[in-house]
Design a protein around this ligand. Structure first.
Ligand SMILES: Cc1cc2nc3c(=O)[nH]c(=O)nc-3n(C[C@H](O)[C@H](O)[C@H](O)COP(=O)(O)OP(=O)(O)OC[C@H]3O[C@@H](n4cnc5c(N)ncnc54)[C@H](O)[C@@H]3O)c2cc1C
Length: 468
């Protein structure tokens, strides 16, 4: 393989390329998944579309793999350079080029941090809804690449709903503009939608045109505590059945509650086996009535405590309890796998029962919380043993495989928002037939015939026979 690092340094300037041997490269060889770091030859820190195109051209010429990278907050190993080569980072492409209140759009570079964009548009009375919990540091390009979701997806949908147009660098150096600026349009195949969620395997996003909404004037939040997940599930079904469309419906199980109990300002009753956090937004005059009705539904389905936040401080306290779950699990255990299966909403209670069964049968402690409104459940599998011991990992992977199989058996899906990357790649055949996988391989080959752009992700190796 050519010494690609030095070739890129000559083109981009030495300060824009981190070469092997420089300890700063370590940061580009890992993400937030439990996967081990993967070594690469160099990281190219691109500042412009032209620089992205140059890297893609030179890497194609020299047959070097390239792995796009945003902020590295991914949970599936998606930005890990599994075949070495070059990590192409867009973290320095942070311009918000335009916010147009008239057209209700923003045009941004991919390295803009999600929270930064949200703050900037809110200052102008506008709203960018997708809210991954990592929004303080993840990038908007990474959100589009992974089609990120978050709690507000129940009402507002996921990132794909907000991406109107993209500029993309293709392997070989061609730069393509797809999509549009207007909020409506059906011309041609929807290539934009195809790039969204392709996890950096089709092209490198260098600019995004995003749809915005008017900022909702007010929000109201309620926490309800239940003796069982089944009661909580029935309350959720009832309130949705009433026609109320909360922006958030979050659910957490007993294990999650027990983990946050010692640190929470809200004192959970001992009999709490499930909590539901509901948030509505819109016109301030109607929110009080909506919260009252949601409270009635929770009451009618056996809530043992209901707490409606009366001011921003109380709202923050309720959200704090929800946001503490993941860090509390991480601190309490030596090792944690966090999965994000999604099941039809009617199957949530059954999925939670199945996770309890898997935990009891395998001896792997679990905790489940997530976005109950859309059935997206964060199933956490923990271990207090040494993860370097192969038997420990085998036990966790066995339990994890059962979780995936059960989600699919309930007509759900492997991932609701984190993507497939490396971590879930080999589970794809659980959900998709070999023929569906084969069509996706052809699609990938159309953009990247030499399999150089983020190779080894999403699609498992071909099986010998191709059957339905
Ligand atoms: C604590 C925590 C909470 C999280 N909560 C959520 C959540 O609520 N919802 C959710 O959806 N995710 C969540 N995530 C996962 C993660 O933050 C998202 O997947 C996020 O969208 C990744 O963005 P990133 O910029 O960090 O991308 P990276 O991790 O850098 O990359 C992720 C993938 O996108 C590709 N990519 C990145 N930038 C580009 C680009 N410009 N062009 C082409 N491909 C690119 C990479 O190749 C890789 O495949 C969470 C992560 C953490 C650590």
């Amino acid at each position: 393989m050519a010494d690609i690092g030095h070739i890129l340094a000559r083109e981009l300037g030495a300060e824009q390329v981190i070469l092997r041997g420089d300890e700063r490269l370590d940061d580009y060889e890992r993400d937030e998944s439990p996967m081990a770091p993967h070594p690469c030859d160099a990281a190219a820190l691109c500042r412009t579309t032209e620089e992205v195109a140059t890297v893609l051209r030179l890497c194609r010429e020299h047959r070097v793999p390239v792995t796009p990278r945003g902020a590295g907050s991914g949970l599936t190993g998606g930005c890990l350079p599994v075949r070495g080569g070059v990590v192409l980072s867009v973290e320095q492409m942070t311009a918000i080029k335009e916010i147009s209140a008239d057209d209700m759009i923003a045009v941004v570079e991919p390295g803009v941090v999600t929270q930064t964009l949200q703050n900037a548009v809110e200052e102008q009375g506008l709203f960018y809804p997708p809210d991954p919990a990592s929004l303080e540091y993840c990038s908007i390009g990474g959100n589009a690449a992974n089609n990120a979701g978050g709690p507000r997806a129940f009402k507002y949908g996921v990132t794909r709903e907000y991406v109107l147009g993209l500029e993309v660098g293709l392997m070989g150096g061609e730069v393509l503009r797809v999509g549009r600026r207007c909020t409506k349009g059906v011309t041609g195949y929807d290539l934009t939608a195809g790039f969204v969620g392709s996890e950096g395997t089709f092209g490198v996003i260098t600019e995004l045109t995003l749809r915005l909404l008017p900022r909702p004037p007010a929000q109201a939040t309620l926490l309800a505590v239940f003796r069982s997940v089944a009661d909580a599930g029935r309350a959720i079904t009832a309130l949705i059945g009433r026609g109320i469309r909360p922006r958030v419906i979050e659910l957490a199980d007993k294990s999650s509650i027990d983990h946050i109990r010692p640190r929470s300002r809200y004192k959970f009753p001992e009999t709490a086996h499930a909590i539901v956090l509901v948030e509505v937004d819109g016109d301030g005059d109607t929110l009080g009535m909506q919260i009252e009705r949601i409270g009635e539904d929770c009451d009618a389905h056996g809530a043992i405590d209901i707490f409606a936040a009366n001011d921003p401080a109380e709202r923050r306290a309720l959200w704090e309890a929800r946001r503490q779950i993941s860090p509390a699990l991480k601190e309490a255990h030596r090792y944690k796998i966090g999965e994000d299966v999604c099941v039809p909403r009617s199957a949530i209670v059954e999925m939670l029962a199945r996770v309890d069964r898997i935990s009891a049968e395998t001896g792997v402690p679990t905790a489940v919380f997530g976005h109950a409104g859309d059935g997206n459940l964060h199933v956490n599998l923990m271990s207090d043993d040494d993860p370097a011991d192969p038997a420990v990992m085998q036990k966790l992977e066995h339990a994890c495989g059962r979780v995936f199989a059960d989600a699919v058996a309930l007509r759900g899906t492997l991932s609701g928002e984190h993507g497939i990357g490396l971590v879930k790649r080999d589970y794809m055949p659980l959900e998709q037939s070999e023929r569906v996988l084969e069509w996706q391989r052809r699609w990938k080959a159309m953009w990247d015939p030499d399999d150089l752009l983020n190779p080894g992700k999403i699609l498992p190796a071909r099986r010998a026979a191709c059957s339905e």
